[in-house]
Design a protein around this ligand. Structure first.
Ligand code: F6P
Length: 363
């Protein structure tokens, strides 16, 4: 069999476990399939602008446990709507997909592995429709990709968020305060829900369940009547009040991912202090959730995903994304993978479990 040449890029926001995937793709290509791997730098930007890095087995030694991505990433680069800032500061948007195809041809790549979330996989699907052999690998701390039980990166972010709830617990208890923790999660409240359950959050606010501040007041006042001088409130950045919208902090012109959320933690804390009189403090966990070393689960999952992605390539099963179902790695068509988001079901056992131990969702 002629030696295959596979490209790999990491797109969207980074997360712990990306280097573990890159390592698995390169090592299994080298040891098992005898393929060559070319790294594409900075997500789809490197594909459009022809910026690459040949990856050898030696180059991926010792990166398994490292956070970030040795390839760099971008959550603004979209080959079909490529944004460039002109000298006068204006943003020009052009279809640069043909440049992306030229890069693939120039480097004689037989196809591309795209590691990323919803945005990255949507672009992978578009390239696949242009005839590029594509394989997707799902990553995102938000855990909002459908079809897979879990994405890698989520477990590491969850561990950090849970530790933050634990730390806020002791200081909140000492001072008798309402401690509000704002975590990531734009459209899906998985990080808030699971860190809230794991850390014993008294109030959990998620995008899927709009909240009424007066229900939160009732929950906090009931705790005070039971002798609890403090309350822990875990808020997803995408949480919204009944009849309201998520709080936008910034809009990024020309980006396929134009909205940055944030600010809901401060709003909720101010309201709690005003209507309950309980002194309130806010912690916005931000990118601490995305940095640093991956958990063993994320290294394990990323390694399995990487190995299975190369195996799909070797079998010429293109246009698919690897997924975890139960204990098995399977694959689904990219169309299906990006057809919907995986959000928290308000009626799910997880939400009912949290309610059963007294957690308030603000509804
Ligand atoms: O999608 C992952 C994510 O971390 C979201 O949870 C968050 O809203 C967003 O990315 C932040 O993006 P940026 O790194 O551009 O601030």
């Amino acid at each position: 069999m002629a030696c295959l040449r596979i490209g790999i890029l990491t797109g969207g926001g980074d997360c712990p476990g990306l280097n573990a995937v890159i390592r698995a793709v390169v090592k299994s290509s080298f040891f098992h399939h005898h393929c060559e791997v070319l790294g594409i730098l900075d997500g789809y930007a490197g594909l459009v602008e022809d910026r690459t890095l040949p990856l050898t087995e030696a180059m991926v030694s010792d990166i398994l446990q490292k956070g970030g991505t040795i390839l760099g990433t971008s959550n603004t680069a979209e080959p079909f709507r490529y944004a460039e800032r002109k000298a006068n500061g204006e943003i020009s948007i052009q279809d640069r997909s043909q440049d992306a195809l030229r890069t693939l041809k120039k480097h004689k790549l037989d196809g591309l592995i795209a590691v990323g979330g919803d945005g990255t996989q949507t672009i992978a699907l578009k390239l696949s429709k242009l005839g590029v052999p594509m394989i997707g690998i799902p990553k995102t701390i938000d855990n909002d990709l459908a079809c897979t039980d879990v994405t890698f990166g989520f477990d590491s972010a969850l561990a950090i968020a849970t530790e933050a709830v634990d730390r806020l617990h002791t200081t909140g208890e000492s001072h008798g305060r309402a401690m509000v923790l704002e975590v990531m999660g734009r459209y899906a409240g998985w990080i808030a829900l699971r860190s809230g359950i794991s850390g014993g959050g008294d109030v959990i606010l998620i995008p899927e369940i709009p909240y009424d501040i007066h229900k939160i007041r009732e929950a906090i006042e009931a705790r005070i009547r039971r002798g609890k001088r403090f309350s822990l409130i875990v808020v997803a950045e995408g949480a919204k009040p009944l009849g309201g919208e998520a709080m936008v902090q910034q809009r990024v012109a020309g980006s396929p991912d134009p909205v940055r959320l944030g600010g809901i933690g401060h709003t909720v804390a101010n309201q709690i202090q005003t209507i309950t009189g309980l002194e309130s403090r806010v912690t916005v966990l931000g990118h601490l959730q995305r940095g640093g070393i991956p958990t063993s689960f994320d290294r394990w999952l990323a390694t399995r995903f990487g190995v299975h992605a190369v195996a799909l390539f070797a079998k010429k099963q293109y246009g698919r994304m690897v997924v975890l179902r139960g204990q098995e790695i399977e694959s689904v068509a990219l169309e299906e993978a990006v057809s919907r988001l995986r959000t928290v079901d308000p009626q799910s056992d997880e939400v009912c479990t949290a309610r059963a131990v007294g957690t308030c969702f603000g509804d």
